[in-house]
Write a protein that binds this ligand. Structure first.
Ligand code: AMP
Length: 222
């Protein structure tokens, strides 16, 4: 599981881990955005919360995550990204995993300071079709508004506007940061410094999972 504030790099690292570990990324934010795009009843209900930068009510999120985890490719493992976001979601997840005879291997918390997050998110562009992410300065697409891999249109997420990002950071501090202590108490937490090139951060995560080949992971704060 990847934990951390918005813009910490959870999505980017989850996609790297997909390849390295052969397990699918299960990103609650992506599942919600798909539901919004499909204009399902659940998506329409979730949209108002997402646009404000608030958390979507647990029952909606849990319905999507539960359905995703029942899909065939998630039967031998998965990488959770953005879920759980609250202690109550973490408790529900523990029950869901217990019922499947599974357990969480590790909670990786990516630490990145708030000001760096604002810089990262304001330049972030996302592909409407495949969800790939770019940054106008750090990782620009070859063509300004088009995805390198699928040629889909790149857009700025409504909730990536600066005011909304500040709100999301407050929500993170109030509702999600307590999960660090929750997983620490369970002996499952690894703090990983989220500053650096994608591959550097990726190596730190692999080290924390005991899969790395490089020297010990740097410690950070989340
Ligand atoms: P993300 O793509 O993870 O940054 O999520 C985008 C938005 O989706 C968040 O700001 C929330 O509004 C909503 N969201 C994603 N995951 C969750 C979750 N586990 N619980 C509640 N809301 C969520």
């Amino acid at each position: 599981m990847l934990l951390g504030p918005p813009g910490a790099g959870k999505g980017t690292q989850a996609r790297m881990l997909e390849t390295q570990l052969g397990a699918p990324q299960v990103a609650s934010g992506d599942l919600l955005r798909n539901a919004v795009r499909e204009k399902s009843a659940l998506g329409l209900e979730a949209k108002g919360f997402m646009d404000k930068g608030a958390l979507v009510p647990d029952d909606l999120v849990l319905k999507l995550v539960d359905a995703r985890l029942r899909e065939r490719d998630a039967q031998t493992g998965f990488i959770l990204d953005g879920f759980p976001r609250t202690v109550s979601q973490a408790e529900t997840l523990a029950k869901m995993l217990d019922a499947r005879g599974e357990k969480l291997d590790r909670a990786i918390a990516l630490g990145v300071p708030d000001e760096e997050i604002i810089k990262r998110i304001s330049g972030r562009r996302t592909c409407r079709d495949c969800g790939a992410m770019y940054h106008l300065i750090y990782d620009p697409p070859r063509n300004l508004n088009l995805c390198n891999s699928c040629n889909g249109e790149l857009y700025q997420r409504e909730d990536d506007a600066e005011d909304t990002v500040r709100m999301r950071l407050q929500v993170y501090a109030a509702s999600t940061r307590p999960l660090l202590e929750y997983y620490e108490r369970l002996g499952l937490l690894s703090l990983v410094d989220g500053i650096g090139r994608t591959e550097e951060v990726g190596n730190r995560i692999l080290n924390a999972l005991g899969r790395g080949t490089k020297p010990a992971a740097a410690k950070g704060t989340a």
